[in-house]
Write a protein that binds this ligand. Structure first.
Ligand code: XIL
Length: 379
């Protein structure tokens, strides 16, 4: 063990080497495991970034001890996979349910992490009552705005000074860059986005406020829509600190050049850029399986394991992405993975997917090593 430690110590930072000595459980794993687990992403990201993971309730409640250790060692920011969504905290008009969310926030604060709020206004995972009018149709503008304001004031207010920043509006755009025809927009009008940011700022003037969406790297017209949202807020003198590209990517898309262009374009608005939900989907696009039926083998090609060439392609993709991120080190303030290990990922949905840096046994994958290599400037 001493030889391994010494051999390793000279190729990584002193901080990482110190972490190695203090993480005895890793000693039971093989050499590469020891090496991989011992480097902490949080110790090697550029100054000015935080590196995060979305955590699920088993993790924020402390039931999944192995994952908790991994999150604690590796990350200095967390996002809530589900516990802060509208339906989780505000299921009925006069009922707020904060137990799980409180534990999530405490999890991050106990570890001095940047705790992220996700999210306030979205068309999904939001209860029907929010948009319903008395006659079964849509609520009128005044009613819906009042509901939005109560929700934001209560949730943001509760965690004032404790949550660093909020995804205020999530996924407001269609792929063509126009505003999505969501119940929020139909009920309130196009200014619902500006209203949400205003309410969030009122509730916690110190909190950072973000606009978050997907396909901003793959679709220039959608990116243009995000830029219009940002500029509209800026023209109205409403606070916005950063734009999040979710980063639900695939091996073939977006390309490194597209990622590079997206960060450049988004940053040109003046706000910072965050990669907020990074994962790389390795499975073919497939229609949702019939309930109760196992997925077809074509839709689930890696049911018994990931071939090495795909494993290596994933490692290369992550390396390429992080190389681009580093060229934008001053434009980016956060990179967050949507999950910790492949076992936890939302991308499985009845199939076997491998989108993250840790495998189902919570061992680091070649993709982890390739990210470490890039972040430590070795390649
Ligand atoms: C996903 C969660 O990971 C799942 O557990 C849940 O069933 C659905 O939502 N974009 C977002 C996230 O902004 O909130 C979504 O999270 C993934 C897509």
């Amino acid at each position: 063990m001493m030889i391994r430690r010494r051999t390793f110590a000279h190729v990584v930072s002193a901080a990482a080497a110190a972490a190695l000595v203090s993480t005895q459980p890793n000693a039971v794993l093989g050499t590469t495991r020891v090496l991989g687990q011992s480097v902490a992403l949080k110790d090697i990201v550029p100054a000015g970034w935080v590196i995060g993971a979305a955590i699920n309730q088993n993790q924020s409640d402390g039931r999944d001890g192995v994952a908790v250790d991994l999150i604690t060692r590796q990350f200095n920011s967390i996002s809530p996979e589900n516990v802060l969504k509208f339906q989780s905290v505000h299921p009925e008009p006069d009922r707020f349910t904060f137990d799980a969310a409180d534990r999530y926030v405490a999890f991050g604060r106990d570890r001095r992490m940047a705790v992220i709020g996700h999210n306030l206004v979205w068309h999904s995972q939001t209860p029907r009552w929010v948009w319903d009018g008395p006659d079964g149709g849509l609520a009128d503008r005044t009613t819906m705005l009042a509901r939005m304001r109560t929700h934001i004031a209560t949730v943001v207010g509760r965690y004032k000074g404790k949550i660093r920043g909020w995804d205020v509006v999530n996924e407001a755009l269609s792929d063509d860059g126009t505003l999505r025809d969501s119940p929020w927009r139909r009920g309130i009008g196009d200014d619902y986005v500006a209203q949400a940011f205003t309410f969030a700022h009122e509730a916690d003037p110190s909190a950072e406020l973000y606009y978050n969406d997907y396909n901003l790297a793959t679709r220039p017209e959608k990116r243009a829509g995000a830029i219009r949202i940002i500029k509209d807020l800026q023209q109205r003198r409403i606070r916005i600190d950063a734009v999040g590209e979710q980063g639900h990517w695939r091996l073939d898309t977006p390309t490194p050049a597209q990622i590079d262009q997206a960060i450049t374009d988004l940053r040109a608005t003046g706000v910072k850029v965050m990669i907020t939900e990074l994962d790389v989907n390795l499975l073919p696009q497939a229609a949702p399986p019939t309930a109760g039926q196992p997925p077809s083998s074509e839709s689930n090609p890696y049911a018994t394991g990931l071939p090495d060439d795909v494993q290596q392609a994933l490692a290369r993709y992550y390396a390429d992405a992080f190389r681009i991120f580093l060229t934008h080190r001053d434009d980016i303030t956060r990179v967050t993975f949507w999950g910790v290990s492949d076992a936890d990922s939302w991308l499985n949905r009845g199939r076997m997917n491998y989108p993250l840096l840790w495998d189902r046994q919570r061992h680091p994958k070649p993709a982890f090593d390739s990210v470490v290599t890039v972040l430590t400037g070795k390649r």
